[in-house]
Design a binder for this molecule. Sequence first.
Ligand code: FAD
Length: 490
Amino acid sequence: MSNTELVDIVVIGSGPGGYAAAFRAADLGQKVLMIDRDSDLGGVCLNRGCIPSKALLHISKVMSEASHLSTIGVSFSEPQIELDVVRDYKNKIVSRLSSGISQLANARKVKTIHGDASFISNNELVVKSESGDQTIAFKKCIISVGSSSAMLPGLPEGNPSILTSKTALDLKDIPKNLLVVGGGVIGLELGQVYASLGSEVSVVEFLPSLIPGADQDIVKPLQRRLSKQFKSIMLSSKVVAVKETEGGDLSVSIESKDGTEELRFEKILISIGRSPNTKQLNLGSTGIEVDDNNFIIVDEYQKTTVDNIFAIGDVAGNPMLAHKATHEGKVAAEVASGHPAAMDARVIPSVVYTHPEVAWVGLTELEAEEQGIPYEKGEFPWAASGKAMILDASQGKTKILFDPETKRVIGAAIVGPAAGDLISEACLAIEMGSDAEDVGLTIHPHPTLGETFAAASEMYTGTITDLYVPQKRGKDRKSTRLNSSHQIIS
Ligand code: FAD
């Protein structure tokens, strides 16, 4: 490549947003260059996020299922953890997927270079790497630089016992005890991994509930499980100081309404949220504007305040999720290539891949109540599902929220194994404008957990036969809330 090369589209970042954008643009005939400062393609999601965490959570899930088998007559000996082999399994999945992205880039003639990109103007950027600086002139640019772990202020610097999600996933060792700071998705997922591998895990969360933002009725079954698996879950509590001790442990002061407690941990994991990677981009040399939280401001075409520059994924705002980044990446690539497209997804699903899983999409009851949005609901308890009983998942639940006027699905929440897979049906129902009868009259295979989605609709329409609900047998389509009078008949 000459010192300054002109490309149609330059994509900064090769995560799920960046590579989707680069590949879609190349498929639409553009000359595309993709830049990443990492040596491996795939971004946070592939290298230090979604994929490695789910590989480790798979181990936790199988261990938990194996342990349940001992209660139904099939026992295994205590698991032996060979950490090097576990790490190797995770790393091999990551590296296979990352080289898959390189192959897909080559097949599409998407050129990739490695280095730190920053803007010179609205049409030029520089990539700094060990081999020197390279200037790239571009017609269009798609920024997909993602986000990084936010840190608590005042922590001892450079202490390897203070983990981020990235270093926690490196799985260097299994500490005898671990404090997870932040009871959100990432903290609980990694906390469960470490608890399964043998750490005594405690969680501290500033807010009064775990996974703030999700309906607490679907969080509760997970919380019950974690209460048994973790040493403690400290809600409405905050870390006010962390000090190094002579023995190498960390002394952590935790403040709650009962006062301040000092506890010692071998390691702590900071999972209090993520911040967009906008600082290193030298946005001041462009007309790109950011909001108060440093997210790049975009419109429905993923365009920034500069007409030829787009932003997608974590750097363009919440929710910071891989599937949102990918969808936005395709929109940006299509618009940048002159095709009509816009970010008009009605909903973006959220999933916590713990055991049990928690998933929700669209309107939550929490939002409906906060914002005064009218809704009706149908709920199906998995205690009445044969498949859930087989899987020891009777604590699960499927809940669907409906528009009281149109009876259309406007939200759903599921807790139980595979909730993250099951929620896709709710996404499709919302995107397609399906109503309660569309869902309830769709024949679902038996025996599956998927049936619970139709059953939740039938709870609403009053056509349910797998439960006996005295007050509700017909098609009067009023909200059905399960109460203690229900009787399970199958
Ligand atoms: P990223 O994947 O963050 O990629 C950005 C890339 O840009 C990186 O490779 C970075 O090195 C590069 N870059 C940054 N700045 C520059 C620069 N100046 N020059 C060159 N390159 C640069 N989401 C889910 O949907 N499901 C999950 O299960 C899930 N699990 C997660 C688990 C963990 C532990 C974490 C941390 C995150 C998880 N996420 C999950 C979130 C998900 O990883 C992100 O939403 C997703 O990666 C965002 O994609 P992106 O394309 O915006 O950016």
